[in-house]
Design a protein around this ligand. Structure first.
Ligand code: NAD
Ligand code: MG
Length: 293
């Protein structure tokens, strides 16, 4: 038998309780998520592509950025200035893969920054074949009374508006064949009452993916979405989950454990690569078993 058992491919032991302020740093996370630094092998599926990844410093965005580089792409990553240390680790892996890494720190809640981000990525990479939108904000609250306007706004300004702003600018540069990949969540289908705003924002991302795919398909640009289940990441221990849920995070899934970011790499690569040329307006679930419906 050549294939690995998905239940035991990664540990399903309890995670240690730990808390970090927002944004959490991958460098401080214990254990470290596997983002494909050594475990992902490329096969030239994105040779000479130019890609922009938001949230590319850590966890899911890092896994996408690293896989893209190992598949032959030059990659610009965006992240918050406080995450510079994580971003530099990603830069090193991209450069070790023989590709160009462009670091563009900045806060995507700022409308103008999103336009500048796309322009800088295009200018510094010398083109743009894909925009991968992974950045996100998730803060749990105990009840609807505990949500306030500022936090609700923060969630939508991080998770939803930048898709609208980056795509508005990116379509000035994207040519037929280019792709846009968004990142939703199982929460977009199965909303949890401790994440009212986050879940609603992730449902909005699914809707935007579908409506954008219809408009941009006419220009030869494909738009698809990845919907992860529980993945071990800094977002979860910086307020994404109550501390009491951290040790057993992911264990209730059919496969019995949390996902590791590298287990999403293949889907992000697939949706940007030539092999998915007939796929647009779709949501790909990578959930450990929870159904998307
Ligand atoms: P993460 O903390 O590694 O990634 C989130 C990233 O968002 C940060 O690295 C940060 O760079 C970026 N970000 C947040 N606010 C920002 C801002 N104002 N400006 C610029 N960048 C900002 O955690 P992750 O779990 O890898 O999350 C990545 C994405 O995956 C998020 O959209 C999240 O909602 C989604 N997701 C995660 C899970 C999970 O279980 N980890 C499940 C479903 C969906
Ligand atoms: Mg980060």
């Amino acid at each position: 038998m050549a294939a690995q058992d998905p239940r035991t491919k990664y540990s399903n032991a309890d995670f240690p309780q730990q808390e970090q302020p927002i944004p959490g740093l991958q460098k401080e996370l214990n254990p470290k998520p596997d983002c494909g630094e050594t475990s992902y092998t490329g096969h030239g599926r994105l040779k000479n592509y130019k890609m922009l990844v938001t949230g590319g410093d850590s966890a899911i965005g890092r896994a996408a950025a690293i896989a893209y580089a190992k598949e032959g792409a030059d990659v610009a990553i965006n992240y918050l200035p406080a995450e510079q240390v994580d971003a530099e680790e990603v830069q090193q892996v991209i450069e070790e893969a023989g590709r160009k890494a462009v670091l563009i720190p900045g806060d995507i809640r700022n409308e103008q920054f999103n336009y500048d981000l796309v322009e800088q990525a295009y200018a510094q990479l010398g083109g743009l074949d894909n925009v991968t939108l992974v950045a996100g904000h998730q803060q749990y609250r105990d009840s609807i009374k505990a949500f306030d306007t500022a936090s609700f706004t923060d969630t939508f300004e991080t998770n939803v508006y930048p898709i609208f702003w980056t795509v508005q600018k990116a379509i000035d540069y994207l040519e037929p064949g280019a792709t846009i990949t968004t990142t939703s969540s199982v929460q977009g289908y199965n909303p949890s009452p401790i994440l009212h705003d986050y879940a609603a924002s992730k449902a909005a991302i699914i809707s935007l993916t579908k409506s954008l795919s219809e408009e941009l398909g006419a220009k030869g640009i494909r738009v698809n979405c990845v919907a992860p289940g529980p993945f071990w990441s800094p977002l979860q221990i910086s307020g994404g989950q109550p501390q009491s849920k951290i040790p057993t995070f992911g264990q209730k899934e059919v496969l019995g454990r949390a996902g590791q970011p590298v287990e999403l790499s293949g889907v992000y690569v697939h949706l940007a690569a030539e092999e998915s040329s007939y796929t647009t307006g779709q949501v790909y679930g990578v959930t450990g078993g929870t159904q998307l419906d």
